[in-house]
Ligand binder design. Structure first.
Ligand code: NAP
Length: 322
């Protein structure tokens, strides 16, 4: 038997239940992972409310959670030793007991998850399960959006909501590439952001005076903007960057109104192996840090969602599985 956080109707955190479910069996090219930790993301509660895909309950209760870390406990046909997944990060092969982390479309907040090996990476020994589970979405999204923005050494990047998971990774990755970073956050985060080499700017009430504050922090001008906030900052972002093609949002559904690209990972986004080939060495030597704001046990996933929905997390929330 297995246990999974699920919901059978859209709504607030109270619709989540911890259910006994049959142990999922891996199909060809898949493995089953005994989950030790799962990251929490905005998409978890946006799906739960039905903001994104109201059709997904037609086939029965839906699972929750799109990223995890754990150990392989069963291997489907063709998914064992010699599979290429993860090879770019210096690993190969799959075996029972191996520690891994990765992404799924849903169902990571559970004791077991079944996943295709292309969405899986081997976990280095220096990472904890909690830390590894916090990485896939933030790292893949940050890496992808920096590529879409084509930010280069000497550029200045503005990141809205820089203290969230995606914002922190984008800012630090950009810094390692010689990019100057300005980021919006509440004053309580500013000292921490300065430690990372980010010039912090208050987002303020309703964004009043934001353009002036950014110009004061970046007198050289802004070359590109990543909106990880989604709180009505696209007009000011286009103004600051000098055009909509220099702005990417991951959180504002009105992107098209401003001629701005809405970036999404879609069915998996950029291959994790490619992304983590750059990022794992940075994490190992401390050039990239992803703080864990709070951890919750699996049975308290609803509380994890409540905290995420409040929108003031530093880094990531992680669910732990005993
Ligand atoms: N499209 C994609 O591929 C994709 C992928 C991942 C995430 N997302 C979305 O991107 C957004 C960011 O996700 P996340 O996980 O990085 O972070 P998050 O947990 O959703 O955001 C937390 C951060 O938002 C900041 N914040 C709160 N109010 C703000 C405001 N008015 N202006 C600017 N920042 C504000 C908070 O800063 P303070 O604590 O300082 O207030 C906090 O650090 C979410 O909407 C998520 O659903 C999209």
């Amino acid at each position: 038997m297995s246990q999974a956080i699920r919901y059978d109707r859209h709504g607030g955190p109270e619709v989540l239940t911890l259910d006994d479910v049959p142990l999922p069996e891996p199909g060809p090219g898949q493995v089953r992972v005994a989950v030790r930790a799962a990251g929490v993301n905005g998409i978890d509660w946006k799906l739960r409310y039905g903001f994104m895909d109201r059709g997904r309950l037609s086939a029965g209760p839906a699972g929750v959670g799109v990223e995890f870390a754990g150990t392989i406990d069963a291997i489907g046909a063709g998914a064992g030793a010699g599979t290429p997944a993860g090879s770019a990060a210096g690993q190969g092969g799959r075996s029972v007991g191996r520690a891994v982390f990765g992404k799924v479309l849903s169902g990571a907040a559970a004791t077991h998850v079944v996943v295709g090996t292309e969405h899986l990476l081997d976990m280095p020994a220096w990472l904890s399960f909690e830390q590894a589970a916090a990485l896939p979405v933030a790292v893949e999204t940050a890496w992808r959006t920096l590529r879409e923005l084509d930010v280069k050494e000497g550029h200045t990047l503005l990141v809205h909501a820089v203290a969230g998971g995606v914002g922190l990774v984008a800012a630090q990755l950009a810094r390692t590439r010689g990019v100057r970073v300005v980021g919006t956050a509440s004053p309580a985060r500013h000292d921490f952001l300065r430690e990372l080499g980010v010039r912090p700017v208050e987002y303020g009430d309703g964004g009043d005076g934001l353009a002036e504050r950014v110009r004061a922090a970046a007198p050289e001008g802004v070359d590109a903007v990543l909106d990880a906030s989604g709180r009505d900052v696209l007009a000011v972002s286009v103004e600051l960057a000098g055009g909509p093609d220099r702005v990417v949002t991951i959180a504002d559904g009105r992107a098209a109104e401003y001629g701005v690209r809405f970036s999404t990972g879609g069915a998996g986004g950029v291959p994790l192996a490619e992304v983590f080939a750059e990022v794992l060495p940075l994490l190992e030597r401390g050039a990239l840090r992803v703080p864990i704001d709070t951890t919750f046990p699996l049975r308290r996933t609803a509380d994890a969602h409540r905290l995420s929905e409040k929108g003031h997390v530093l880094g990531k929330i992680v669910i732990t599985v005993p």
